[in-house]
Design a protein. Structure first.
Ligand SMILES: Cc1cc2nc3c(=O)[nH]c(=O)nc-3n(C[C@H](O)[C@H](O)[C@H](O)COP(=O)(O)OP(=O)(O)OC[C@H]3O[C@@H](n4cnc5c(N)ncnc54)[C@H](O)[C@@H]3O)c2cc1C
Length: 449
């Protein structure tokens, strides 16, 4: 926990920039919801900053546990059009991380990760089943797909880790994966159940609308300054101030702008593109399933979703985000790589191009550490997804709210054991390092892209 040095001085907070483009998920998530503007000075028992997977679920959980407490959730932009809503919508119980050298050996680490993610997925499920959150929920699992022999080798190493954890999975032969996808590009796959496919922007928009009644949501409300204090902290926004007894900061890499873990966040963007709705004739060439999700065997390859509203989504490219932001030309550069991937998989279809392209922030740290827990008196935080954040972010958000409300749980104990993020190397070195490594890994991934 940080010392009281944060108290009684104003910290200027750098808020996120508006993204260069809207995400395809947001554009197809239904009508814009009305906004409740922040006006003047307001007070609350608990303020949650950030409406991503972590913050939305922190707000929901805190409000459920303390139904008499007033909770405010603020976000700098529209919830659903943030990084959380820009993701590929895989709620992953166990992420395959072949970059981690000890992935296969780290059985306890993987089991801990699995327990936390399952808790996250159960909380997502309860929003769908108990609250009625509409999000195209589809618990069909994911296909780890290989297009090359080195991709097949990656799948083999993943299968060893699954064996050691007693996890169920199924090998999918060339004919079957080609029939599922309609693409001759794939040569093998491994099906792992447990992952849930969702429309992320729909989930976030609809879940925000169905938060408990003691939560007030202010979108388009960037926090620009803070003065931590007792009995209340004071947060500044352009249209008012919020005085809160407790705060839970779930602002991803921007948590570092609130005075905690400075210079630890490594801002990396990844990008995606979405086609228009395919015609009946076009659908015949994208396989015999109405929807699927493919994770590339090589993590620098291309992730693919076919959605129930008959579109293809493709994600690839990682890029260092100078000052946490991406420009339109950078989004368009990445789109070219998604076009190449589209053409490799469905050459007869790729001329239709894309209807939308976008990028979104992933917050990484030098040592893979994450923020979880109490940061100072009446200040709590959860942040740094390190690549995957739907299930994990939901679990972190739920657990940090329970901690802030004075509860304990097995997941809290697991998350407390996570290593915190370490200070990154100086910015120039980090940016050059990320550019070098991502460029090399992207090239090496070859036809997995
Ligand atoms: C293209 C893409 C595909 C991905 N695919 C997947 C996937 O399939 N599965 C998966 O698990 N993960 C995926 N991810 C990663 C996932 O999106 C992130 O891990 C996740 O969004 C992190 O959630 P979060 O709540 O920590 O942060 P965020 O979603 O980044 O939310 C943080 C929020 O804080 C707000 N905020 C920051 N500063 C302030 C401020 N000063 N004032 C007010 N609000 C502020 C921001 O506006 C933002 O809404 C993907 C990411 C991208 C970009």
């Amino acid at each position: 926990m940080s010392s009281a040095t944060h108290y009684d001085r104003r910290i200027a907070v750098q808020p996120p920039q508006i993204e260069a483009t809207h995400s395809g998920w947001y554009l197809t998530s239904g009508p814009e919801l009305p906004i409740v503007p922040l006006r003047g000075d307001v007070e609350c028992d608990c303020l949650v900053i950030g409406g991503g997977w972590m913050g939305l679920h922190a707000a929901r959980r805190f409000a459920e546990i303390q139904p008499d407490a007033s909770v405010i959730l603020v976000d700098a932009g529209r919830i659903g059009n943030n990084a959380a809503g820009r993701c590929m919508g895989f709620a992953i119980d166990l992420a395959h991380n072949p970059r981690k050298h000890d992935f296969v050996e780290d059985i306890q680490g993987n089991l801990d990760e699995l327990s936390a993610n399952l808790d996250g997925n159960a909380y997502l499920r309860s929003a769908v089943e108990e609250l009625g959150v509409e999000c195209d929920w589809d618990p069909q699992g994911k296909y780890h797909s290989a297009a090359t022999h080195h991709g097949v080798a990656d799948l083999l190493s993943f299968s060893k880790a699954l064996d050691r954890m007693g996890q169920q999975y199924r090998w999918v032969e060339r004919e079957e994966i080609q029939a599922i996808t309609g693409s001759k590009h794939y040569i093998a796959a491994l099906h792992h159940p447990g992952t849930i496919l969702i429309q992320p922007a729909k989930y976030l928009k609809n879940a925000t609308r169905l938060l408990p009644r003691n939560v007030t949501v202010h979108e388009n409300t960037p926090i620009t300054g803070v003065r931590y204090g007792s009995p209340r902290h004071t947060f500044e926004a352009a249209t008012g101030t919020i005085r809160a007894k407790k705060v839970i900061i779930c602002a991803a890499g921007y948590l570092t702008k609130f005075g905690f873990y400075p210079n630890t966040a490594i801002p990396v963007y990844t990008f995606a593109s979405m086609t228009r709705q395919l015609t009946d004739a076009e659908l015949a060439s994208v396989g015999d399933r109405p929807a699927y999700g493919l994770i590339p065997a090589d993590s620098f390859g291309t992730t693919v979703r076919r959605t129930v509203d008959n579109r293809l989504f493709l994600r690839n490219v990682y890029s260092y985000a100078n000052n946490f932001k991406m420009t339109l030309p950078e989004v368009m550069d990445a789109r070219q790589n998604q076009l190449v991937a589209f053409d490799r998989r469905w050459p007869e279809l790729s001329k239709i191009g894309f209807e939308a392209s976008w990028g979104g922030l992933l917050t990484l740290s030098q040592n893979g550490g994450m923020v979880f827990g109490q940061l100072a008196e009446n200040v709590y935080g959860a942040a740094f997804c390190n690549g995957t954040g739907v299930s994990r972010g939901t679990a972190f958000g739920k657990a940090v709210a329970e901690l802030a409300a004075g509860r304990s749980s097995p997941v809290i104990e697991i998350l407390k054991r996570k290593i915190p993020p370490r200070r990154a190397y100086p910015k120039l070195i980090t940016s050059l390092g990320v550019r070098f490594v991502t460029g090399r890994r992207f090239k090496k991934a070859g036809a997995e892209v």
